[in-house]
Structure formats: structure tokens, C-alpha cells
Ligand binder design. Structure first.
Ligand code: NAD
Length: 269
């Protein structure tokens, strides 16, 4: 049976870890040729080696999504190798938590915005023209539940993710108006068990002196379904938005959060 994204060429940013790695693996399993990019030059090659060993098709390219010059090179490389780009998953992101927003340095605000928001802008600026050349495609932008609701300590992160949510909708309208066959949607994970939670204290302080956050512990109390999500459960949603099964879906937001956005329940001890 043909895979759900058979023959498509996909770029996944932040593809070396967590959600991005799960997306790269699932898209490859479903028949896409995957270009996984990341700043992590250790885990990225390991991931694509695993995909290729399992019979999939993947390459790793080093990419810092905040570098405009590197975006030009990465898209040119994809055009030269494959002649097309059908799917672009803008997934690379960091989270910086601070006790209060007034504790956030301007440098950290800018660094987080640069990766989480500027990186998504650059993915469209340079990815869209190549996607248009072959008559269509799908952009998936990784926002967050924090792009729909506020969270104390995460005001800067929320600002970037809320911006990604509306950026996706506006670009979706632009593509629809152009009739270019390109759909654009955002994905909003809740608490997902990935390495990002261990990095949150380090991102803010530059060291790992603070205890890492345990996502499972958090999710048990905060999530109606009573557990943290898995990266593969986000990848499943991305696959839907990437595949032709969602051909009538654009400008929407897919919330995958164990029910957190819907409300809260009181759990018996
Ligand atoms: N894990 C969660 O609970 C959760 C919830 C909501 C949204 N998200 C979002 O999902 C996305 C993936 O997060 P994750 O949980 O898999 O985290 P992760 O830390 O496991 O993976 C993020 C990847 O992005 C890469 N990256 C960081 N800065 C980069 C840069 N400048 N250029 C290129 N790559 C860079 C990292 O090296 C890493 O491989 C992020 O955008 C994050 O904000 C995660």
C-alpha cells in the first residue's frame, strides 16, 4: 500500500530531537523523502542513519533557522537534489522560562523570538517559492498550547507561539488568494515528553544548575487525559496536515493536548 505522503519531499526543521525527530521518522515511513535540519550535528546524522537503515529516505543538513544565508543554501540544496519541496514543517524552537517577565533579559527575548518566530518567517520566505514551482504543498508550523493560552513564566515563549499561530493563518490566506495549491496550518501541542523540558532551566540560566522540569509530573495534574503526550502523537497530527487527507484544510489550528485547552477536570486522588 502506498504511504500517505509517498513521493513527496519534506523539510523538517529542528529534526534532530523530540517532536521534529518523530515527524521526520513518520513522514519517511509514509513514503516521503525527508530533509531533517538542525543545529545538533550529533543527533541529526544519527536520526537519518536510523531512517535510512529502516528503509526510508532521509538526509541531514546542518541549519540554524535564524540564519538567512543558510536558508538560501538549504533551499538551493533541496532544489538541486530533488527538484521540488512539497512539505515544510517549521518545528525548531526553544522555551525560556523565567520567574517573571521582568527577569527576562532582552537578549533572551530576542534569541527566543529569533528561533521561534524569525525562523518560521524565513522558512516561508525561502521555502514558498520552491514549493510554488511544482504547483502546491503543505506548510505546518509548530506553535503550542502556549500560543492559545497564557502561562506564567512563559510570556516571551507565548508571544512567539501566538505570533506563529496568526502568521500561519495570514500566509494561508495569501496562498489561497494566489490559488497556488499551498495549504498552511499550525499545530498546538500541550505537554509533550521531549528533551525540551530538561533544557528550559538551562536556556534561561545558561547552565543546568536548576532542576529540569518533569513533563509527566506536570501533565498528571494539568492534563484532562492525565498524562504527558508523546512526540509520535504530534507527528500523527502533522502527517494528517501534510497528507492529501487534509486537502480541504487550511488556516486552521490542530490542538493536540490531552484536553487541556477544552477545560479542566477534578481528578479523584
Ligand atoms: N515538548 C513540548 O511539550 C512542546 C509543547 C508545545 C510546543 N512545542 C514545540 O515543538 C517544537 C519542538 O520541540 P521539542 O519538544 O521537540 O523540543 P526539543 O528540544 O526536543 O527539539 C527542538 C530541536 O530544535 C533544535 N533547535 C534549537 N534551536 C535551533 C536553531 N536555531 N536552528 C535549528 N534548530 C534548532 C534543537 O537542536 C532540537 O533538536 C518546538 O517549536 C517547541 O516549542 C513543544
Amino acid at each position: 500500500m502506498a504511504g500517505q505522503v509517498e513521493g513527496k519531499v519534506a523539510l523538517v526543521t529542528g529534526g534532530a530531537s523530540g517532536i521534529g525527530a518523530a515527524i521526520a521518522e513518520l513522514l519517511a515511513q509514509e513514503g516521503a523523502t525527508v530533509v531533517a535540519t538542525d543545529i545538533d550535528e550529533l543527533r541529526g546524522p544519527e536520526l537519518v542513519a536510523g531512517i535510512n537503515k529502516a528503509g526510508g529516505k532521509a538526509v541531514f543538513l546542518q541549519q540554524d533557522v535564524t540564519s538567512e544565508a543558510r536558508w538560501v543554501e538549504v533551499i538551493a540544496d533541496i532544489e538541486q537534489r530533488f527538484g521540488r519541496l512539497d512539505l515544510l514543517v517549521s518545528n525548531a524552537g526553544i522555551a525560556i522560562a523565567v520567574p517573571s517577565i521582568v527577569d527576562m533579559t532582552f537578549g533572551d527575548w530576542r534569541r527566543q523570538t529569533s528561533i521561534n518566530l524569525d525562523g518560521v518567517f524565513l522558512s516561508v520566505k525561502y521555502g514558498l517559492p520552491l514549493m510554488r514551482k511544482t504547483g502546491g504543498g503543505s506548510f505546518v508550523m509548530m506553535s503550542s498550547l502556549a500560543g492559545l493560552r497564557g502561562a506564567a513564566g512563559l510570556a516571551g515563549y507565548s508571544a512567539t507561539k501566538g505570533a506563529v499561530r496568526l502568521f500561519a493563518k495570514a500566509v494561508a490566506m495569501e496562498c489561497a488568494a494566489a490559488g497556488d495549491g499551498i495549504r498552511v496550518n499550525s499545530v498546538h501541542p500541550g505537554i509533550i515528553d521531549t528533551p525540551i523540558w530538561g533544557k528550559i532551566p538551562a536556556e534561561a540560566t545558561g547552565n543546568r544548575a536548576n532542576a529540569p522540569i518533569d513533563p509527566e509530573e506536570r501533565a498528571k495534574l494539568a492534563t484532562p487525559l492525565g498524562r504527558a503526550g508523546q512526540a509520535a502523537e504530534i507527528a500523527a497530527g502533522v502527517l494528517y496536515l501534510a497528507s492529501d487527507a487534509s486537502r480541504y484544510v487550511t488556516g486552521t489550528e490542530l490542538v493536540i493536548d490531552g484536553g487541556m485547552n477544552a477545560g479542566a477536570i477534578t481528578r479523584k486522588a
